[in-house]
Design a protein around this ligand. Structure first.
Ligand SMILES: Cc1ncc(CN)c(N)n1
Length: 220
C-alpha cells in the first residue's frame, strides 16, 4: 500500500475524533455560537498567513517542477482564496481589521505553525510535505462529511462549500500524489519521519478546532 493510504488508515481514530468534534457538529447544524466562530476565523487567518510561508518554502525546496508549481500555487490560494473567505466572515461576524491585527496566536495556532516552520527549517523535504498534507486532506474530508448533513440555511455555508468544493479535492489529490512519490523514493528512516510529521500535523488539526471551541487563551 502507498504511504498516504496507509497513514490515512492508521490515523482513523483521530479522524473520527475530528469528524465528531462538537465544533464541527454545531457548525454543520448552524448552531455554533458566533463568538466561537469569530475566535476560530481570526486564529485561522493568523494560521493561513504562516501556512502560506511554509508552502512557499516547500515550493523552493521541491526537487520537481510539479512540486514547485503545486506548492507555489497553494501559497497563492491560501493568501487569496481562503483569506477572501475570512474577510467575508470578518464582515459577517463584525471582526474589524484592527481586531484581527491585534489578536495573538493561541497556543494551538502557534504550536501548529511553529511545528510546520520547524519542518521547513530543519527537516527533509519529504517530512515537510508530509506535515503540509493534513491541512488539505483533513479539511477536504471534513467538508465532504459535513456538506450532506448541514442545516440549510446555515450561517457557515460558505465555509462548508469552500472545503467540499471539487477543486479543493483535486488539490488534495495532487498533494497526496507528491507525498506518495516522495515516500516511494525515501529510505525507511525518512518514511518513518514522514509518518510522524503527518500524524503530528493531523493532531494539531484536532487541537485547532478544540482550542476554538474552548475559546482558548494563554493561561498566563
Ligand atoms: C488550521 C487549518 N487547517 C487547514 C485549513 C485548510 N486549508 C485551514 N484553513 N486551517
Amino acid at each position: 500500500m502507498n504511504f498516504c493510504t496507509t497513514i490515512w488508515e492508521e490515523i482513523a481514530p483521530l479522524r473520527r475524533a475530528i469528524l465528531s468534534h462538537p465544533f464541527l457538529d454545531e457548525l454543520a447544524a448552524g448552531t455554533l455560537p458566533p463568538e466561537t466562530f469569530r475566535h476560530y476565523i481570526v486564529q485561522d487567518s493568523l494560521y493561513l498567513a504562516e501556512y502560506a510561508r511554509v508552502l512557499a518554502l516547500a515550493a523552493a525546496r521541491a526537487p520537481t517542477a510539479a512540486g514547485r508549481l503545486e506548492f507555489s500555487d497553494g501559497a497563492k490560494v491560501a493568501v487569496q482564496v481562503e483569506e477572501a473567505l475570512h474577510q467575508a466572515f470578518f464582515a459577517q461576524f463584525g471582526v474589524t481589521p484592527e481586531m484581527a491585527q491585534q489578536s495573538e496566536a493561541t497556543p494551538a495556532c502557534l504550536g501548529y505553525t511553529s511545528y510546520l516552520a520547524s519542518l521547513a527549517a530543519t527537516r527533509s523535504y519529504e517530512e515537510l510535505i508530509a506535515g503540509i498534507l493534513p491541512c488539505f486532506w483533513v479539511y477536504w474530508e471534513v467538508g465532504c462529511d459535513i456538506r450532506p448533513r448541514a442545516a440549510s440555511p446555515n450561517p457557515y455555508s460558505a465555509w462548508i462549500e469552500t472545503y467540499a468544493a471539487p477543486s479543493f479535492g483535486e488539490a488534495t489529490r495532487r498533494v497526496c500524489d507528491l507525498v506518495d512519490a516522495a515516500a516511494a523514493q525515501a529510505t525507511p528512516a525518512i518514511r518513518s519521519a514522514m509518518n510522524t510529521a503527518f500524524r503530528n500535523a493531523a493532531r494539531y488539526e484536532w487541537m485547532f478546532w478544540d482550542s476554538a471551541y474552548r475559546r482558548e487563551r494563554w493561561p498566563i
